[in-house]
Every structure is written in C-alpha cells, then in structure tokens.
Ligand binder design. Structure first.
Ligand code: AMP
Length: 407
C-alpha cells in the first residue's frame, strides 16, 4: 500500500508517492502553470531495478481536475501506482488551519467547510489547497484523506506570545493574532535534531530556523512550540527573499500620506518588492552570496541585514526558552549557505553558541553537526522534508481512525 501527498497551489500541483511500509519515496512530481497553454508536468521515480528515471509532458492542463487526472496517468505510466486502490491514504498540505485545527485531521464535509471558513485568513493559499482537496475527494472518494496544516504546530504558543498589543476586540472579532507558518517543517527538523542528539524531544529546548525564500524561526520548548516569527500572515519576522519581515507599521501611514500609495500598492511593496530583493535587487541567496564575495556593497548589505535579524531572533528565543540546547538550520538557505550560518552565529559564543567554521563548510545531504567540540549548544544543519512529514502524519491519522473504528 502507498501514501500520496498533494500540495495544491493556485496554478501548480506538487505530489509525492510514498511506500506505506517504510515511507520511502517512490515518485515525486510537479505540474506547473495549470490553466496556461504552457503547462508542464514532470515526474521522477525509481524503477524496480533501482534506476532513477524521469517522465516529462507539456501541453495545456486547463484546471486542477485535469492536473489530478494527468498525475494519475503519469504515476500509472511509471508503474509506481497502477490503481488508486493501492492508496492507503492521501495527505493534503493546507496552509491555514486558524484556531480550529491543532492537529492533522481526516477530511470530511465538516472539515472542508471549516477550511473554507478560514479563507479570509489565507486568501491566496486556502482556496488553492481546498480546490486540490475537492478534486481529489471526487477522484478518489473511497480513499481516506487527511489535511495537514502549516499553522497547527504553532497552536501550542501561549496567549502572551500570540497576541498583539492591539485592542482585544480585534482578536475576539477579527481573529487578529500570530498564527505562524512552516509548522510542518519546524516540527520535522526538531524531531530529526532530537534523533541526532540521541535525546527525547521532551528534554530539549530547540530553536529551528527555516530559511528558504520564505523564512521563519520557532522556539520549541520540550517538543512544544512556544513562539514563532511569522505572524497573522507570513510577512512578519525574518528578512525573506521578497518580504520585509518586521517593520515599524507607521512606515505604511507615512508612505500612504507622502506618496499616495494604495493598500494594494503597499501590500505588493512589502510582500513582493522588499526583503533581500528590495535591498539589492536580487532575492536569490546564492547569487547574493556570490556578489557579496566579489565585493558588491548592496549584496553585502543584504546579507548583513538578513543575518543580523536572524541573530536577534536567536537571542530573543534563547531568552524565551530560558536557555537553548540546539539550533537547527534548514530550508534552501539554512541547508546550503555556510556564510549565512557563520554570520548569524558570530558573536554568540558567550551564550554558548560556538560554531566550528571548518565543519560549517562541509556539504552533505544528511544531518550535520557544526558546533565546536566544546560548544554547550549544538548547532545542526537538517535537510527539511515537509512531504515526508505530511505522509507520516497522514499515516498516523489513518491508523488511529482504523483502530478507533475497530475499538
Ligand atoms: P527554498 O525556498 O527552501 O527552496 O530556498 C530557496 C533559497 O535557498 C534561495 O534563496 C536560494 O538561493 C537558496 N539556496 C539554495 N541553494 C543555495 C546555495 N548552495 N547557497 C546559498 N543559497 C542557496
């Protein structure tokens, strides 16, 4: 039996097929530009002899229904899934679970209605996730399906950390609060870190840094998240590829008054034109590091601002946790950018955070410890795997509901 994981975006469908027995990846695919005449689909998989193969297809995929049909055909063609009856379950990534969902949940009409109600909190993401769920429920009605929420891991954050200093009615009436995102990744890498250190999660204070094009930090006390840097939306917190992160909100009033920028203009400015891109016209950390090394001043500045913000969060979360045992770097930047790790840990030796510069420059795909031998705090590079975590949680929910039915 197999587990399928779907991540449905507004114009894309990412999917991965896992073996139920050991959660090994059997196939991974992406259908892009859905609704466009230049749609493209690709699938990589391993054949029974162990060879890695790829299938590619182009041509118009007009909607998500066609995308799911195409995914099924490609999986069949690869021989990794001959019939949907081989699926023990389907796990769906859902960005926003609001305060309704603290855990993954088996999808039924009530769950769909609740995700639908949360659309105002995630107007760009939840409708696309829901579209994938609806089409998949029609396509494979007999297969148990599970929703795994990006926000769920952060629902343990206490009130004093999730509330903003705004009139309380805005929380009560409009649900204005910090929710946090990337929860599946933070949960996964914290678990991997505990494994690497050979200690139960319940004995560790961990700061996880998910640094990709979007970036967030989480403070995890004995397995439970107590704070995170993204807020009501993914705009708050760290500097990101094109998002500004923390900002004096009065800048918006100032710009509105002085330049006449509209709400939509300001939204675009902060979400799409700021962050690394705003500082040096480039959002990709690889290019920025290369330019910084060649002496380009703005690239150096972007790197410095990114790492300074990161360092401030490490300090703040060490205080919030009452001391830290382990710092985890993950995401495209966290896993690959040695310079980012170096600059953000530099000067933190008095807090027990001592990076080994030569270990930091090692490149490997497995978990890597990069602290010095004497460092009281462990510093880990952990490759994230959100799809694996969604598959694991999906399987857990299915097995739980099977045993509840039998019991
Ligand atoms: P993600 O959103 O997790 O895929 O991460 C994307 C970010 O990771 C981009 O800013 C990339 O430039 C960055 N990245 C990927 N590989 C490297 C690398 N080798 N060195 C520096 N940054 C990298």
């Amino acid at each position: 039996m197999k587990i399928l994981v779907l991540n449905s975006g507004s114009s894309s469908l990412k999917f991965q097929l896992f073996s139920k027995k050991d959660l090994a990846v059997l196939a991974a695919g992406l259908i892009e530009q859905i609704g466009d005449e230049n749609s493209g689909a690709s699938l990589s998989y391993t054949d029974p002899s162990g060879s890695n193969l790829e299938l590619k297809q182009s041509g118009c995929v007009s909607d998500h229904r066609e995308a799911i049909q195409l995914m099924t055909e490609m999986l069949q063609k690869s021989g990794t899934l001959t019939d949907t009856g081989e699926l023990a379950g389907i796990g769906h990534r859902v960005v926003h679970g609001g305060e309704t969902f603290h855990l993954p949940i088996r999808i039924d009409a009530t769950v769909i209605a609740a995700i639908d109600e949360l659309i105002p909190l995630a107007p760009l993401h939840n409708p696309a996730n829901l579209l994938g769920i609806r089409v998949s429920m029609e396509h494979a009605a007999h297969i148990p399906q599970v929703a795994v929420f990006d926000t769920a891991f952060h629902q343990s954050i206490p009130e004093h950390a999730y509330l903003y200093a705004l009139p309380h009615r805005l929380y009560k009436e409009q649900k204005v609060r910090r929710y946090g995102f990337h929860g599946t990744s933070h949960a996964y890498v914290a678990g991997q870190a505990a494994k690497q250190l050979g200690k139960p999660l319940t004995e560790l204070n961990i700061i996880t840094l998910h640094l990709g094009n979007g970036a967030s930090a989480a403070a995890i006390s004995r397995g439970s998240c107590i704070d995170t840097s993204m807020g009501m939306t993914p705009l708050e917190g760290l500097v990101m590829g094109t998002r500004c992160g923390d900002l004096d909100p009065a800048i918006l009033f100032y710009l509105g008054r002085e330049t006449g920028m509209s709400m939509d203009d300001l939204d675009t400015l902060l979400n799409k034109e700021s962050g690394l891109k705003g500082i040096c016209d480039e959002s990709d950390m690889r290019s920025i590091s290369e330019a910084a090394e060649k002496g380009e001043k703005r690239a150096q500045l972007a790197l410095a601002i990114f790492c300074y913000r990161l360092k401030k969060y490490i300090g703040a979360y060490t205080a919030a946790l009452g001391g830290v045992d382990c710092i985890v770097f993950t995401g495209g930047i966290g896993e690959n950018s040695a310079i980012t790790r170096k600059l953000s840990c530099e000067g933190l030796e008095q807090m027990g955070i001592c990076l080994d510069v030569s270990r930091n420059s090692i490149r490997q795909e497995e978990v890597l410890e990069i602290q010095t031998a004497e460092s009281p705090v462990s510093i880990l590079v952990v490759p994230t795997d959100e799809e694996y975590e969604i598959a694991r949680q999906t399987l857990q929910i299915i097995e739980q509901s099977d045993s509840d039915e039998q019991g």
